[in-house]
Write a new protein. Structure first.
Lengths: 280, 280
């Protein structure tokens, strides 16, 4: 990492234009559209954008990776946060402004955190729709001499039995569909590439699992109304393989839902520290 | 139907430009990509176009429908034929020239046939890749005073037990994925629209079933090599509903395969008179 130079990188606003087919393709990438109650996410008539579609509008993290000299081959997506200020339109043109919230030096052995915030606003009206925060865990960049703290606080899951769980089956071709929305990293489709970096096979995009967790919550608590999602934060803790069934466990406390995601068949927890805040 | 005016309609060549994502999206629309042996159809590295992708390059039939005064609300896709002269490139720019092969008057009660041939050639090299023939069954256009014969001959299925069958499960959201390749007819996704024209629910695109039959044959006889498919002709005989499993029955006679498709759970034959010719 180029430190302290990374602190002064200031990406130009990124434009994200999307038509109905883009909104639909994203929803299909999350496995939506197989049931009538999810029809509004995959049909241009009365189309509604899924809240997590906002994470594709980030754009700005790549400037920090490239210009900041991050070793992207050893970088993983650590945490994702999303605040929806105003539901996303079904089609639109967004301008996204990104800034560095901080870098954290966890030491040579562990790595570094790079935390980037992006704010997506309607390019015409200027209305702020979504703020996303991505935490990149850069395993090859520890020991750069920066601050050793500055991690964002993680939501604590209640120490009690969960209230409800929802299982969503992914498709063997789930990553192949999801990647058409833009993240073409071969790790998610190329068996040789995946084994070369130590996985038994291609892994599902973390943000696909993230979107599936949101679908699970929307089904269970929101009558599939995307306008009910105000916030969705969590940490990625293990890979998911396409074709696995993802179980989302939820603890409810009023409008605040704590959640975790697991793959029951192999006892792996793949999302931890989940927090979803609902709007009334 | 405007007869004999329809006979002199001469559509301008249609351009069909496709990138890797288009080729991949088409394959995903047929349900491909869930198994390693179909990876070349959904991954841009060593990407191969499925032979039936050529049916999207037709383009020209729409001119005969609109300018020919066909009642498109009562029109159904009757038959599809495809001859591959040279395998489709993974990405490309095609020019398609279409001409009317004939119209047949089946009488006021039954309707009319409109038969259109389209030839797709590489826009740069001029090489002819595919010829498609579509037969539209226009139920609202019979009795226009045209010739009562001129049907293309239908392939006869051997009167003996079939050699092999392959069952491919479709997804509940199969039509939602397939329609992103261009055919946005609401009949394939809108429950209200589908029931208003007498179906219990949205039906799968006929050409999606057609492509799935080709996948079945390629799996069973071609090691999934698209270059082995030289010809694929058949007649649509009943609708398929997304989520059903399509069984393709094959009778082999050297390089000539006869086939039918059926939905075993309800005993419906959905494709008849199928003929697939293999290249060595």
């Amino acid at each position: 990492m180029k430190y302290p130079e990374i602190l002064s990188i200031s990406p130009a606003p990124a434009e994200f234009v999307y038509a109905a087919d883009d909104t639909i393709l994203y929803a299909l990438g999350l496995g939506a559209g197989g049931k009538p109650d999810e029809l509004p996410f995959v049909y241009e008539k009365n189309l509604r954008a899924l809240p997590t579609f906002a994470v594709l509008m980030g754009g700005g993290a790549s400037d920090f990776i490239t210009q900041g000299g991050i070793d992207s081959t050893r970088m993983v997506h650590g945490e994702q946060r999303l605040t929806i200020h105003k539901p996303l339109p079904a089609t639109g043109r967004m301008l996204t402004t990104s800034r560095l919230l901080g870098v954290v030096d966890k030491g040579k052995e562990k790595g570094a955190l790079v935390i980037v915030e992006s704010a997506a606003s309607d390019a015409v009206s200027g209305a702020l729709h979504a703020t996303t925060v991505i935490t990149l865990f850069c395993r090859g960049d520890g020991g750069f001499g920066g601050p050793s703290d500055g991690d964002l606080p993680l939501h604590a899951i209640p120490d009690m039995p969960h209230d409800l769980d929802v299982t969503i089956q992914t498709l063997p071709q789930q990553a192949a569909i999801y990647r058409l929305s833009g993240d073409k990293n071969p790790l998610h489709i190329d068996p040789e590439m995946a084994t070369s970096v130590g996985f038994p096979g291609p892994i599902l995009h973390g943000l696909c699992t993230y979107g599936i967790a949101c679908r699970a919550i929307m089904q269970a608590y929101c009558d599939n109304d995307p306008a009910r999602i105000a916030r969705l934060d969590m940490r990625f803790s293990a890979p998911v393989y396409p074709g696995e069934a993802i179980t989302t466990r939820v603890w409810r406390d009023g409008s605040e839902l704590s959640f975790e995601c697991l793959i029951a068949t192999r006892g792996a927890t793949v999302i931890r520290n989940g927090l979803c805040v609902l709007k009334d």
